[in-house]
Ligand binder design. Sequence first.
Ligand SMILES: Nc1ncnc2c1ncn2[C@@H]1O[C@H](COP(=O)(O)OP(=O)(O)O)[C@@H](O)[C@H]1O
Ligand SMILES: [Mg+2]
Length: 386
Amino acid sequence: MKCLGLMSGTSMDGVDCAIIDVRPGRSQLRIELLAHRTRPYPPVFREQLLALAQTGTVAEVCRLHVAVGEVFARVANQTMRQAKLSAKDVAVIGSHGQTVWHSPTRVPVPGAGSVRSSLQIGDPSVIAERTGILTVADFRARDLAAGGEGAPLTPYVHYHVFRSRNTSRLIVNLGGIANATWLPRNGSLEDVVAFDVGPCNLLLDGVITQATRGQRSIDRNGALAARGCPRDVLVNELLRHAFFARRPPKSTGREEFGDDYVRRVLQVAARHRFSLEDTLASSCAAIARTVRQSKSWPGAEVIAGGGGVRNRGLLRALEREFEPGHVLFMDQAGVKSQALEAMAFAVLAHETIRGVPANLPWVTGAASPVVLGTVTPGRRPWDVTG
Ligand SMILES: Nc1ncnc2c1ncn2[C@@H]1O[C@H](COP(=O)(O)OP(=O)(O)O)[C@@H](O)[C@H]1O
Ligand SMILES: [Mg+2]
């Protein structure tokens, strides 16, 4: 079954699209990547999304919900053309959407008790209409409704892609947020341990953006971080956040590690007159330490993916934390790192239309396994018997 996945993460850097072929295997799904495409958001569009996540009005949420749907649909159609596939070849689209708010712990709502909530925009009706394909979206909502945090959801897919009979693996996604998935050697789905570790590119992008007053938004290839030297006071300041001491299930986002967190870090750096290079190197050191210290990972082969693998400073910091030679890139392990998260939502959509629960309750904190997502019909009749 050919499935298409669409994803934009907390970094809000752009849309990743992947088309995969999924076949049932004995204990794991067999997943083959057929095509992948990344489309960075135009800078003016990204700015609107960043602003929306902080001070957005309902009118803006409403408008950008449809606009993100249009952007996602365009990337989906472009990727299908690139793969020489038409709408009838693709069974389902899984769209993560763009998270604009993630509030996984209970917040009181006067008159209505208390709720946990998470909002991904990118209207699935627009995607289904522009592509003609059955579209699954809002993956997090059902897990939240079942008492979970709605995140992380990719560990289910990490299991199917990376589980090994002979090697224990730690899958580390260096996205806006870093998340870790532990796959013990020859383990089953029940043995998977996973959670959000803390901020990653969210912190690095935030530091360079604030320090240069918006002149630069990323430390390209980690050139500055790699020239800097980690400073203990700054690393300790970064690690003081209460999230790191919390026990899983846990997930996080811009709400906890947004501009205010970065501002505090930059204040400490300014007080000590640390250079931008040292501030970025300290941030990389803190990120690497949170990954290693989040749990004991006996003898793990560490497989790193996500945009952070392009940051030399961050890789160097990870190599310092783990034994030399133990950190691999996903691409070395035969998986296209940039495509993995989009592949994940294609797999999750595949499970949804087959009626297979794909949240891991022991990972998200949900009370039970649930079939994820909301389904928007495509143009073809939807075969519910299949
Ligand atoms: N060439 C690069 N050099 C340094 N950092 C990069 C590079 N390419 C991507 N990144 C970082 O990766 C981030 C995007 O990573 P991604 O895995 O897409 O995260 P998310 O899932 O949050 O969207 C960018 O915001 C940037 O910080
Ligand atoms: Mg991204």
